[in-house]
Design a protein around this ligand. Structure first.
Ligand SMILES: NC(=O)c1ccc[n+]([C@@H]2O[C@H](COP(=O)([O-])OP(=O)(O)OC[C@H]3O[C@@H](n4cnc5c(N)ncnc54)[C@H](O)[C@@H]3O)[C@@H](O)[C@H]2O)c1
Length: 253
């Protein structure tokens, strides 16, 4: 039985599907007031509806994490609706076609960095501003195993997730004394639409991806959300600046 988040307000970006939806649903089951956000309206609204239908509390707020005004409005809406912001799961992210570093185009670099790095920075910036006013909070950013080790043929994505790790460690050091804990979760390969899109583009990668995990299978989104809830919970009260690999052992070898 996971810890209760009753009465706590939790914001989730990239909540329209995959890991974000699984986390939003899990926070909803744990009693949180969930602020689901995504650039995709249909999936985001559906996640909020699923939480409410299961007896939980949720709203959806359309947000493009690359736009400061959107992120500022998202945090403001969470506070207007539920009074405060206790936890945030900054999870929105993109990946693109596999290419070696010299084959990547400038536009691809800009797209990935904009969502994965600028998006995570903007979210932390406005969440921290609010958490400083309240005297504390907990933030989890979605990095990746590609934020811990190299990821051949995903050089820009790996650069973006290493940047998320760097910002997580630094912000944890800056705001620890203010009562704000900031950690990253680093998933291995998880069965979500992101993976489906990658395998549609490159079906030959399926076997190699599976055998890369010593546990012998791919991960499920719910296996990441369990770690996210723990990192946000009081059980993790002395954990900050940590990069939690939830990767079936992928980075152990
Ligand atoms: N699936 C994996 O194997 C895997 C592994 C490691 C890390 N991750 C990371 O996990 C996170 C979630 O990925 P997922 O697998 O659930 O993929 P997903 O594509 O199902 O979910 C990503 C969500 O982010 C949203 N999004 C994209 N750009 C956005 C923007 N500008 N503003 C707001 N929302 C935006 C998408 O609409 C989507 O709902 C990402 O950060 C991804 O990099 C995934």
């Amino acid at each position: 039985m996971s810890e209760s988040f009753a009465g706590k307000t939790v914001l989730v970006t990239g909540g329209a599907g995959g890991i974000g939806r699984a986390a939003a649903l899990a926070f909803g089951r744990a009693g949180a007031n969930v602020v689901v956000s995504d650039i995709t309206v249909t999936g985001g609204e559906e996640t909020a509806r699923m939480i409410v239908q299961a007896g939980g509390i949720a709203i959806f707020v359309k947000t493009d994490v690359t736009r400061a005004a959107d992120v500022q409005a998202l945090v403001a809406r969470a506070v207007e609706t539920y009074g405060r912001l206790d936890c945030a799961f900054n999870n929105a992210g993109i990946e693109e076609e596999s290419k070696p570093l010299a084959g990547c185009e400038e536009a691809m670099f800009d797209r990935i960095m904009n969502v994965n790095v600028k998006g995570a920075w903007l979210c932390m910036k406005y969440e921290i501003e609010q958490m400083l006013k309240q005297g504390g909070g907990a933030i989890v950013n979605t990095a990746s195993v590609a934020g811990l080790v190299g990821a051949p043929l995903q050089p820009v994505y790996a650069g973006s997730k290493h940047a998320v790790v760097g910002m997580t460690k630094t912000a944890a050091a800056e705001y620890g004394r203010a009562g704000i804990r900031i950690n990253s979760v680093c998933p291995g390969v998880i069965r979500t639409e992101m993976l489906e899109r990658a395998l549609e583009r490159e079906p030959k990668r399926a076997k190699a991806i599976k055998i890369a995990h010593p546990i012998g299978r791919l991960g499920e989104a719910e296996e990441i959300s369990g770690a996210v809830l723990w990192l946000c919970s009081d059980s993790a009260s002395f954990v900050t600046g940590h990069q939690l690999a939830v990767d079936g052992g992928l980075t152990a070898i």
